[in-house]
Design a binder for this molecule. Structure first.
Ligand code: ZN
Length: 202
């Protein structure tokens, strides 16, 4: 038995989403009618809808009206953007921080839109590598900067809970585009800002 089997059978029998979760509870050996679980299918349905709401969003809508023409051509960085996602292999959470930087080429993105972009891609079923490249590519396409760099540090419950990895080790992925790939100096500035911060936060 796996989740897919339940869904397929469920659809064949015309079950609602909540009935499918109720059946899932039954199949893991629980009594879905007991007090603590009676409302669980309803809660899980709502939670899953929230955790996967990124499917209902797209880049154009998220970045709507927040692209600005500028002459600034120094690095823009938004670091420590918290995210929570679900691994597509186990449907268990992975979560951590995203650091985003880019060097503009005539256009910038409103700063508040970077966390929204992270949210849009993380509230889907994901693997960390794809989450990283999707954020980088969305920014690259939206403002065609000189370059963009994205680093994601995450902890995966599917590994931690099964004892596959030490409790506090983090998985780090990066995507470098343009000058972040070709210029070591740019990449190092990014890594240094990421580690030590800058301005008021340092
Ligand atoms: Zn997993």
């Amino acid at each position: 038995m796996n989740a897919r089997t339940v869904v397929e059978e469920g659809m064949a029998e015309g079950l609602t989403t909540q009935e499918i979760y109720r059946e899932l509870l039954r199949r893991i050996g629980e009594d879905p009618a007991r007090d603590g679980l009676a409302q669980t299918p309803e809660r899980v349905e709502k939670a899953m809808a929230f955790l996967t709401q990124g499917y209902t969003m797209d880049v154009a809508t998220v970045l709507n009206d927040a692209l600005f023409e500028v002459e600034y051509d120094e690095m823009v960085m938004v670091r420590d953007v918290e995210f929570y996602s679900l691994c597509e292999h186990h449907l268990l959470p992975f979560f951590g921080k995203v650091h985003v930087a880019y060097v503009p080429s005539g256009r910038v993105i409103g700063l508040s839109k970077i966390p929204r972009l992270v949210e849009m891609y993380s509230r889907r079923l994901q693997v960390q590598e794809r989450l990283t490249t999707q954020i980088a590519d969305a920014i690259a396409q939206a403002i065609e900067p000189q370059g963009v760099g994205v680093i994601v540090e995450a902890q995966h419950l599917c590994m931690m809970m099964r004892g596959v990895e030490k409790q506090h080790s983090a998985t780090v992925t990066s995507a470098m585009r343009g000058v972040f790939k070709t210029q070591m100096q740019t990449r190092e500035e990014f890594l240094s800002l990421m580690r030590h911060g800058g301005g008021a936060e340092s």
